[in-house]
Write a protein that binds this ligand. Structure first.
Ligand code: D41
Length: 677
């Protein structure tokens, strides 16, 4: 091929790949199949290898990482990188607003603020000359940082050369490098599989990845950068407002936060804080607060800064999700299937917005990993709705007499033997249904909202019923009489009537609920639904062979084994018979052969709050109809179910032109498909 043609091919490849990268990594909008991308990239590398003098520093092929460094160089920031003052409550925000207004004599109305989620990552500076990335550096202490140019070049959402026109000759862009939650999970899972060390949180993973002297390692890490301000600007100018600058940065190819907003006045800032903090857990990255900035640069200038922090910005921090406290004792809880869980009793501590005095220690492996002793100072973490956890021990505060955690050899409730099954981390009480703890847990599960939904039969009452010897299994619930109930502490006529009525109501149920209510090991709601739809009736399920069970979606050898064990156990079958004799019943289901499941081949995403179903149920039902349910929206998504509070996933679906339905439409669809809710 003539040289001119090869050069033209190279140009065209460079343009295409750069544009695809931008679509994919900055706009979250993939536009080409992976195979096509890979082919083009291969061809580019081939051309560059055959003609090394054509290789440009900003070629997308240069993102794989160059030679390892011996150490990082130092970088002095010509324009210092400021720090942020913190606010922890509404009062701090009021004070910030008042101070600002007092200094701005000309401003009469409410101040305009740019609001941005505060990403929990590493602050960095990128320097572009003539639109080409020259240097990347960490913030360091704000005056000097480390030269991480080689590493930032591997991050796909950082443009190697700027897009569009009109950028200044020299432009320093500042932002946060972070690791999205999904990438962090994948990275840790891989490390775990290989028996390597895992990272504590996405921030540490991002910091560790940037600190690599070998950029090839950084290149493999799922890092992203989101920009939030500029430093040095020479030979050109920028808009005169924070939000406008962000828009301009986006035009030039940078990723900016899609949650950013401009609001009027401090109350609106507080509303923004509340609404984003409610959605915090569903964001694809960790944030530790919200940054509020006076939007007008002219006002920013008037306000100036004190020591190292601007007077025109403030970071409202979320309550800490990790705190330090003391481990007072370890107790052992026996669950529904006999699993014995060590529970940490803690000196009460305020963390993640609530007071925490218990945290799970999961199992023996976890206790060994933490090497925790009673009396230790520990770090507890409570994020979102998850159960508080002990994440680590502060070894420096350990005293020699602190005791190790001793696991029981007998069940703390029924004294039966405790065993550890092969390949399992959990210890288990072998008492089965003679164990009062297991009886209570089984009954609580049976009566719970998603199972037979016996209203008013709460945990406390179940415990009383078992402790008083009135009930020892779920079938006996239906033998309860009013006289017996009235013997319980604090049980009045009316409550007793209500409970009997609720028990009566619970008898009319559905097959999936009934299967789920039995509490068979590993049989959750989704599996119960699949089983019900596959077999259609209880006798058909009971008569199924292991092979037939394995034909069901979500049923693998382990679940099949648990099911067979249940069906082969006389006491289990007797219990089912007693339940049916007591009048528990359900209509059979029409089975849908899996190949003509109505949503087969489709991918759905559920986001926001679903008032009636809840997200878990919605997902389970969609799966029963054959859909795949994914956690992120992409071009492959068929439909998004969005409830109140839906955020970036909804925005993305709209941007990609993907169908969006509300909960009501989903309910209608489920009912139309013969699902009884
Ligand atoms: O998302 C962030 N972590 C973030 C950090 C942000 N959205 N905006 C920021 N703005 C600033 C000023 C107002 C000083 C330009 C920041 C930071 N600073 C910052 N990050 C680390 C130290 C300071």
């Amino acid at each position: 091929m003539p040289v001119a043609d090869l050069l033209q091919e190279l140009e065209s490849l460079l343009g295409k790949i750069d544009s695809w990268n931008h679509q994919y990594y900055v706009l979250d909008h993939p536009t080409v199949p992976d195979a096509e991308y890979d082919r083009s990239m291969q061809r580019l590398v081939e051309l560059e290898t055959q003609n090394p003098h054509w290789l440009r520093p900003d070629s997308p092929s240069q993102r794989v990482g160059g030679q390892p460094l011996a150490q990082f160089g130092q970088v002095t920031h010509d324009v210092p990188m400021l720090s942020l003052d913190n606010a922890f409550n509404d009062q701090d925000m009021q004070d910030f607003n008042r101070r600002s207004l007092d200094r701005l004599a000309d401003v009469t109305g409410p101040l305009e603020f740019a609001c941005e989620p505060k990403l929990d990552g590493i602050a960095v500076s990128l320097l572009y000359r003539g639109g080409v990335l020259q240097r990347g550096a960490t913030r360091g202490d704000g005056a000097t940082g480390e030269d991480i140019t080689q590493n930032v070049r591997t991050i796909r959402s950082i443009p190697l050369s700027l897009r569009g026109k009109g950028y200044p000759e020299m432009l320093e862009v500042r932002g946060e490098i972070y690791m999205p939650k999904a990438g962090f999970e994948r990275l840790n899972n891989r490390a775990r599989e290989r028996g390597e060390k895992t990272f504590v949180n996405p921030r540490n993973a991002a910091a560790g990845s940037l600190r690599q002297l070998d950029p090839r390692i950084t290149a493999e890490r799922p890092l992203e950068m989101c920009c939030y301000s500029v430093g040095l600007v020479k030979g050109g100018s920028l808009p005169d407002q924070q939000a406008r600058v962000l828009e301009r940065l986006q035009d030039w190819g940078f990723r900016i936060n899609s949650e950013s907003a401009v609001v009027q006045g401090i109350e609106a800032c507080n509303d923004y804080y509340e609404s984003l903090s409610a959605r915090r857990d569903s964001l694809p990255y960790d944030i530790d607060g919200i940054v509020f900035k006076v939007n007008e640069f002219q006002l920013q200038e008037q306000l100036g800064f004190v020591s190292r922090a601007p007077r025109w910005a403030i970071a409202r921090k979320f309550p800490a999700q990790e705190e330090v406290t003391r481990l007072l004792d370890v107790e052992f809880q026996v669950g529904r299937t006999g699993v014995i869980t060590p529970v940490a009793r803690l000196e009460p501590v305020f963390v993640g917005g609530v007071t925490v005095s218990n945290a799970t220690l999961h199992n023996r492996d976890e206790v060994d990993r933490l090497d925790v002793r009673i009396g230790d100072t520990v770090i507890v973490r409570r994020a979102g709705d998850v159960i508080p956890q002990v994440v680590s021990v502060v070894i420096e505060y350990r005293l020699p007499h602190f005791r190790r955690v001793i696991f029981p050899e007998h069940c703390p409730v029924c004294q039966s033997a405790v065993e550890r099954e092969e390949g399992e981390a959990a210890l288990r009480c072998m008492g089965g249904l003679i164990c009062a703890a297991q009886q209570k847990a089984a009954i609580k599960h049976f009566a719970s909202r998603r199972a037979l939904n016996v209203e008013g039969l709460g945990d406390k009452l179940v415990e009383q019923l078992v402790d008083e010897g009135l009930v020892s299994n779920v079938a006996e619930l239906y033998t309860l009489s009013k006289e017996r109930l009235l013997k319980l502490d604090r049980m009045g006529e009316k409550s007793a009537d209500n409970i009997l009525a609720a028990l009566q109501d619970s008898k009319r149920t559905t097959l999936p609920r009934f299967i789920f209510a039995l509490g068979i090991r590993e049989v959750g709601e989704a599996t119960a639904l699949s089983l019900a739809r596959h077999f259609g009736s209880w006798p058909a399920l009971l008569a199924s062979s292991e092979r037939q069970l394995l034909d069901v979606d979500d049923v693998g050898p382990i679940v099949a084994d648990h099911l067979r064990q249940f069906f082969d156990s006389l006491s289990s079958l007797e219990m089912v018979r007693s339940l049916c004799d007591a009048g528990v019943g359900w209509p059979d289901i029409e089975c849908a052969p899996e190949r003509d499941q109505p949503l087969a081949g489709q991918t759905w995403v559920v986001t926001g709050k679903l008032e009636t179903l809840g997200r878990d149920d919605a997902k389970a039902y969609l799966q029963t109809l054959g859909a795949k349910v994914a956690g992120t929206v992409s071009v492959k998504t068929t439909c998004v179910v969005a409830g109140p509070g839906a955020g970036s996933k909804l925005a993305k679906a709209e941007a990609l032109g993907i169908d969006v339905v509300d909960e009501e439409s989903l309910l209608a669809l489920l009912v139309a498909q013969g699902i009884q809710l």
